[in-house]
Design a protein around this ligand. Sequence first.
Ligand SMILES: [Zn+2]
Ligand SMILES: [Zn+2]
Length: 257
Amino acid sequence: MQLIPIPAFSDNYIWALHDGQRALVVDPGESEGVARWLEQRGLRLDTILITHHHADHTGGVAQLREATGARVIGPAYEPMPEPLQRVGADESVEALGLRFEVMEVPGHTAGHIAYYTPAMDGAPLLFCGDTLFSGGCGRLFEGTPAQMLDSLTRLAALPADTRVCCTHEYTLSNLKFALAVEPGNTELAAYNARCEAQRAQNFPTLPSSIGLEKQINPFLRTGEAAVVRSAQAHAPGTPFDAVSVFATLREWKNVFR
Ligand SMILES: [Zn+2]
Ligand SMILES: [Zn+2]
């Protein structure tokens, strides 16, 4: 099985899996790049997985469905172009011989879901849309800090070697913020240097891993003393609890340059 990020727009990746014959894509915001990729490799599109309703994740779905007959699977509680098979918590999806568990991860949008498979060529794989990014997390458009923190906490509980396939190449700007929060985090500084080298050659920084994110992503580290201190220095009076620290970090990141 091959895992490939197909670039789209300025900083999206349409994650694709194929077994040499059949393919699966996640969040095709546009159809052209996917159609070209299928054509070049002689692949048949079997399944489209969608994490949430934003146009940069769904814009290519109708055209791809019409052109290929692929089935479309998406979140139970999001406004979506029909027809699609809607899935929610504790359900699973079988595709390309893999079984994906559906996780409800509200926060970025109200009905955002993620797809997790425990073993794809020996390691787990997570498609998490705009919930968890490398070094950051999605903006809270429809959810509360408590919801998003709960979603991220459940993702962080997945095995350390889980490959994290998020939709956007936001890593360097996220790490700039992460370094402002935790200037003394040596793992973070080393990861930032590796990502700068990757981007200088136009290579993706993704997939990341859950184990790495727990070491470098401030939004998964709201219990770390250094992170709490930075949040309180930025917004004096921020209480010590994880939800308050998370809320301060998220608001700080929204205005961080
Ligand atoms: Zn989004
Ligand atoms: Zn997006």
